[in-house]
Structure formats: structure tokens, C-alpha cells
Design a protein around this ligand. Structure first.
Ligand SMILES: [Zn+2]
Ligand SMILES: [Zn+2]
Length: 298
């Protein structure tokens, strides 16, 4: 059974450099809360809670006395770092058992993972340490669409990692630092890659500068035009022609009240149709039909 008194000095060293540390149970999971501490945050300040092991990473500290008490309280546990803004770290967690090496090599080839400080974990994985960029970086584990690829997770705000020289409970091997490496900044492309997938931005108007004017009771002609074009772009394959026809009628009405010029309208609709992978012939027919239905030549 490993003796965590060997972790006191390393824990104080981490704390001394401003890294909040805490103890995990032998299972590598947070220690269960005491009976007095609720498991949810409602009405209970987890950051301020004096308990040494409650609330997972919220128990982490840089205070030497508290750190010493925390480490000695969990004699078979593992030393852990609270990642993210509190420690100024973002850790890229590479798990070779789930394809992490191939993913990591691809990310390295793309320039997303420059050489930096890293830990070889007790199970043969890697933890690559980068400086926190100052904007929120969320953890990816267990959230589809947020990881960097198979076997590569992000541990940052709201997360933690096991620190050397903790011993892996299954393999019996220690976590260890690769020697002589400094923690580097995250390249901008890595910061971007760590952002959760967000819905697509609203469509941008093609053919700028397209002149559109508030006119004829249309208070937001740019938004109206964008809505018509977006309908074309997002139509299902079978509905694209009728959707383009409907959009052409709508934009023709904008032309009639002089909110947009006829040429700009046709150009915008043609662009939208091409983006929806329709033939130029179908696009011309839909625009001509839509315009004619609104009493306009096209
Ligand atoms: Zn407690
Ligand atoms: Zn508490």
C-alpha cells in the first residue's frame, strides 16, 4: 500500500508555485462528501467549505497547512491538481488505450500541440500541460463533440488530473514528469479546437456590398434577406427548388418596395442556390418564376 506521506513534500512544492492541489480516493475518484455536506451546490459554498476532502476539486488549496492536512487525511489516495484558471493550466489528456496516440500525432502534425511540459501517467498515457489562455476552457470528457479526437480529452476549467508522484492504483506505476520541459502557451488553433461545438453562425450576406434599405414597412431588410437565403441553404434536398422559388418571391417583394436592387437580389439568390448545390438552370427558373409571380421581370 503506497504511503501518501511521500506526497506531502511534492504537494507543498506544487502549492508553492500556485497550483491548488487536493487528494483523490484510491479509486482516482473524488472522496465522498462528509454527512454534513450536500452533494449539490444549492445553498452551500463549495469554494469556502472548510472540509479537507469534500466537493472534489473545490477542496484544492495552495495554503501549506491545509495542503499538509489534506494529503495526510487520505493515506491511500492520489495527489491531484485542480486544472483550469485556478492553476493556470490546460491539460491535454492522451489515452493510448482509446486511440489517443494517433489523434495526438495528427494534432502535432497540424501544429496544435507544440512541445511542452508533460507527465507520463501510471497507465502509459500522457498529460500535456499548457498555460491557461485566460478565456474559459471547458473539460471535454464524456461530452461528445468536445474532445480533440478519439482518446484525447481536455482537462481545464472544472476539472482535475492526477499529479506525480502518485501511484496508479491498477498498474502500481508512478506518474512522472518528463524532464527539462517548460509549460508553453496554447497556440490559438488549440484554443479554438478546445471550444465546444456551437451552432453555425447566422448566414452572411453574399455579394457585399449589397445595398439594402429599410423601406416599405420592412424595418430589418438585412435580417429579412438573410432569413430568405438561410431557408434556401437549410432546405432538405427534396425541398430546395420550391424553397428557392419561395425565397425568390419573398426577395422580389423586397425589390418592389426598393429595399434591395433587382441585380443585388438576383445575385444573392443565385449565390444561395449554388450553395444549396442547385444547377444554374434550376436557379434561373426559380428566380424567374418567383419574380414573375410578384409581377416583376427577371
Ligand atoms: Zn464536508
Ligand atoms: Zn462542504
Amino acid at each position: 500500500m503506497p504511503d501518501t506521506s511521500a506526497l506531502v513534500i511534492p504537494a507543498l512544492t506544487y502549492a508553492g508555485r500556485g497550483w491548488p492541489v487536493f487528494m483523490l480516493a484510491r479509486s482516482k475518484r473524488p472522496v465522498a462528501n462528509c454527512p454534513d455536506c450536500p452533494t449539490d451546490a444549492a445553498g452551500h459554498d463549495r469554494e469556502a467549505c472548510p472540509c479537507l476532502t469534500c466537493h472534489g476539486f473545490y477542496a484544492a488549496s495552495t495554503d501549506p497547512d491545509r495542503v499538509t492536512a489534506i494529503v495526510t487525511t487520505v493515506p491511500t489516495g492520489q495527489l491531484a491538481l485542480r486544472t483550469g484558471a485556478p492553476s493556470g493550466t490546460v491539460v491535454i489528456d492522451v489515452d493510448p488505450a482509446h486511440g489517443g496516440r494517433d489523434t495526438m500525432n495528427a494534432l502535432i502534425a497540424d501544429g496544435l500541440l507544440p512541445p511542452t511540459a508533460y507527465v507520463v501517467t501510471g497507465s502509459g498515457g500522457l498529460h500535456l500541460y499548457y498555460r491557461h489562455p485566460g478565456q474559459p476552457i471547458s473539460c471535454s470528457q464524456g461530452k461528445p463533440g468536445q474532445g480533440l479526437g478519439p482518446g484525447v480529452d481536455v482537462k481545464a476549467d472544472g476539472g482535475y488530473v492526477v499529479l506525480p508522484p502518485s501511484v496508479h492504483p491498477r498498474t502500481g506505476r508512478p506518474y512522472r514528469w518528463a524532464p527539462n520541459r517548460d509549460m508553453q502557451e496554447m497556440p490559438p488553433a488549440l484554443v479554438t479546437a478546445c471550444q465546444p461545438v456551437t451552432p453555425a453562425p447566422p448566414p452572411t450576406l453574399p455579394h457585399s456590398p449589397t445595398t439594402i434599405r429599410a423601406a416599405g414597412g420592412i424595418s430589418c431588410p438585412d435580417r429579412l434577406l438573410a432569413a430568405h437565403l438561410d431557408a434556401v441553404a437549410s432546405a432538405t434536398e427534396g425541398a430546395r427548388r420550391t424553397t428557392l422559388y419561395g425565397a425568390a418571391r419573398g426577395v422580389a417583394r423586397m425589390v418592389k418596395v426598393d429595399a434591395i436592387s433587382r441585380d443585388d437580389a438576383i445575385a444573392a439568390l443565385t449565390d444561395a442556390g449554388r450553395q444549396a448545390e442547385q444547377t444554374d438552370r434550376d436557379i434561373r427558373a426559380a428566380i424567374r418564376g418567383g419574380f414573375r409571380a410578384e409581377g416583376l421581370a427577371a
